[in-house]
Design a protein around this ligand. Structure first.
Ligand SMILES: Nc1ncnc2c1ncn2[C@@H]1O[C@H](COP(=O)(O)OP(=O)(O)OP(=O)(O)O)[C@@H](O)[C@H]1O
Ligand SMILES: O=P(O)(O)OC[C@H]1O[C@H](OP(=O)(O)OP(=O)(O)O)[C@H](O)[C@@H]1O
Ligand SMILES: [Mg+2]
Length: 283
């Protein structure tokens, strides 16, 4: 059985549960359950603190886990990033008060930096030859400057609302671009069959979210032009219509491009263009 660690709370928890649910795995039925066995699907789910997941996976006591790239790097463990999961995108940034003299990386020298991600920030500064004091805080890091325990912060930024509310301004390059990822234990072979099946299932869900099925009719002489507009994953399905002058095309297209593609296809003569949502997929 494949042992999977999943966040039990925090920003990444609900999207993780939804992803596993859509991939057909059994979830816990109450918030006090710590482990769920799903023998029919060959997995065991462990609900763990997001911060701890890379520790378990890095030591190989759990085979794979869902976490954030920032949490993985901050853990300093041997767990290996395996695939991005399409949610939980954020950047990790330095920020200081608008009126502060701290405006670029070199200004951090000798200052106090508050963060929940000590190792990530410490490594970043050390690699750049900057010596600063890292003040560890568990959360609400944005309040630390106002409250006088730090001169600047390094924290997760998504919309930037929390920073704005705290009167802080981002400076310098992003320390990291993070998102939710799947990680695997260094003890688990890259081509392990159970891991490959899990990844195919998750990839199938992500594809069903990102792609739609498009059908349209097109004059036979325009098929090549149409296929150039919508090449699909491998190759579109082309079927004959009763009227021998026309073909029917079925192809998968990225959801975000649907309207532009319909415009382009219409202009070359496609008609009866229909778009259908995907319920599930296995690519
Ligand atoms: N606003 C956000 N938008 C996107 N991702 C976020 C956001 N806040 C935190 N994350 C991501 O969530 C992960 C941190 O999860 P964790 O559960 O420790 O913190 P949290 O979601 O802030 O929960 P809490 O602080 O309530 O315990 C990191 O990978 C981080 O990048
Ligand atoms: O850029 P924004 O969209 O405002 O989001 C970023 C904020 O979200 C997270 O905080 P969370 O709510 O998890 O609280 P915490 O600081 O206590 O972890 C993160 O730590 C930032 O504070
Ligand atoms: Mg948080």
């Amino acid at each position: 059985m494949l042992r999977i660690a999943v966040p039990n709370k925090g920003m990444l928890s609900e999207p993780s549960w939804n992803l596993l649910d859509e991939a057909g795995y059994a979830l816990r039925t109450n918030a006090r359950q710590l482990v769920v066995e799903d023998p029919d699907n060959g997995i065991e789910l462990f609900y763990l603190r997001p911060l701890d997941i890379a520790v378990y996976v890095g030591r190989g006591t759990v085979d794979v886990g869902i976490t954030g790239r920032d949490l993985l790097l901050n853990s300093g463990t041997q767990a290996i990033e395996t695939m991005p999961l399409g949610f939980g995108a954020s950047t990790f940034r330095f920020a200081a008060p608008a009126d502060s003299a701290i405006r670029q990386l070199s200004d951090i020298q000798g200052k106090r930096v508050a963060s929940s991600y000590d190792k990530l920030v410490g490594d970043y500064l050390t690699e750049r030859g900057i010596d600063a004091e890292i003040i560890h805080l568990d959360g609400a890091v944005e309040s630390s400057v106002h409250l006088g325990v730090a001169d600047l912060i390094a924290d997760v930024v998504s919309t930037g609302t929390t920073l704005r509310n705290a009167g802080l301004h981002i400076f310098g390059d992003p320390i990291l671009r993070s998102e939710a990822i799947m990680i695997r234990s260094p003890r688990l072979d890259e081509d392990n069959a159970d891991l490959a099946r899990l990844m195919r299932r998750l990839q199938g869900v992500l594809t069903a979210h990102r792609y739609v099925l498009m059908d349209f009719d097109i004059p036979v002489g325009k098929v090549s032009q149409a296929v150039a507009i919508t090449p699909g994953f491998e190759s579109p399905t082309i079927s004959p219509l009763h009227d021998s002058q026309w073909s029917a095309v079925r192809v998968m297209v990225p959801k975000k491009q649907v309207n532009k593609l319909m415009d382009d296809l219409y202009e070359i003569g496609a008609r009866a263009i229909i778009v259908t949502a995907l319920q599930a997929s296995r690519m």
